[in-house]
Every structure is written in C-alpha cells, then in structure tokens.
Design a protein around this ligand. Sequence first.
Ligand SMILES: O=C(O)CC1=CCC(=O)O1
Length: 259
Amino acid sequence: MTVPAISLTDPVGPSHAPLLLLGPSLGTSTLLWDRVVPALAEHYRVALWDLPGHGAAPASTDRFSIAELADAVATAVDGPFLYAGVSLGGAVGLELLLRHGDRIAAAAILCSGAKIGTPEGWHERAAQVRAQSTSSLIIGSAQRWFAPGSIERDPDLTGRLLHVLQNTHDESYARCCEALAVFDARDRLGEIATPVLAVWGDHDAVTPEASAREIAAGVQHGEAIGIPDASHLAPADSPAQTAAVLRGFFDTVAAERAA
Ligand SMILES: O=C(O)CC1=CCC(=O)O1
C-alpha cells in the first residue's frame, strides 16, 4: 500500500483546547480556511492538512483512495480530535468516522457528499488535467466554487485560491479525481455513531442540499444546515457564518457529552 503524502500545519490556539482538524477541497489548500481560522482558534487548537500535491504537501503519483487519505490524516495527529472538511475533505471526514471514529468527538462535513459526482466525470477531469494541466480548470472552477458576489467581495482570497489550483501538481490532482471516482460511503453511513453536522451552501450545484441531507439522515446522530450566501467553498464565501455554524455544533456536542 502507498501512503498518500499529506501535510499538516502546527496547531494554533489555546494549548489546552480540543484539537480541531480542518480539511480542504480538491484543488485548494489550507488557504480555504484562512478567513475562518482566527475565529475558531479562539476556542480550539486548529490544525489544517493539505492534499497530496496541493499547497504544502509533496506530490503523490501512485494511486490512493479516500480511505488511505483518512488513514494518513489520522496517523499525522495524536489522540482525539474534532474534524471539519470541505467536499473531498468532507469525504475524508466520512472515512475518518468509519475507520477512526473512536478518536473523533464530532465532525462537520461541509459542501460534500457520501458520493460526489460520477465516476465518468472524475475520469474525464483526470484526463483533462493530465493533458492540459490544472490551468485548464480555472474558469470552470471559479464558477463552481464561489457564490455570486464573492469574487468582488474578496478578490484577494478568491484569486489566491485559484492560484493554488493553478499551482497544484497535475498528477496528484488527477489521482484525487480517481479516488473520488470510486468513493461511495452511502451504504456505510449507518455505521457512523459520532455526531455529524452536514452543511450545504445554498448556491452549490456540485453537492447541493440533498447531499447534506443524505449524510445527516444516514448517520446515527446527524443534522443538516444550509448557509444562504455560500456556494461550494463555504469557508471562503461565508467565513463568519461558517465559523458560527461550526462553533455552535461543536459546543452543543461538548455540552451534551458533559451533561
Ligand atoms: O468540481 C470542483 O472543483 C469541486 C469539488 C468537487 C470535489 C471537491 O473536493 O471539490
């Protein structure tokens, strides 16, 4: 088995606070959470991970699965943690819950699904990137990723996110597409006993409300919530609301466990 190369940041936040791991979507990096981390780091020790060949992580040219990414994330940290991940990072979250659920007190799965897209679509995307690089994805990704008005509201962050995509290692991106092509956790959601919050962005056509509701209904303790001004990259589109939704959920779970 090849271990996919992820990278992990040092945690920021109060030294005795619970560890919160934040995961990226395909083609992005830890930067996706840039506007959310300051609010979360007041209450949690926040660490972020990068996908192979994205952001700070080394490239992985061998095939890997979403489950192997989850194992790599679980191996990179010690002890218990909270988790929040976007899209592919949310799929990794579901595999973390299935494979390492005893270490996770609560997880938020944002703009994601128990299955995302179609195998044909992911194989086409992988072939396109191998032939024409991630640069060929910029315009379509900007349309899928951001809610109307986001680019004008925060040209710095949205522009830098598109640069991350352009700088992503092509073969690693293609391998992520192939991992998504065979990812399907729909039949296993009922095995997840950890509390889960599934979040959708109202403008998201990739993983719409129905995807979040499927996760929330399928796990043993699930709830779902929408973020009105967000598309696929909710932490970039609506950072304050994303932080508030995560804090509300994690605080409620902690209070219920303490009661
Ligand atoms: O299509 C996109 O770029 C959006 C996306 C799908 C899976 C993921 O992580 O991001």
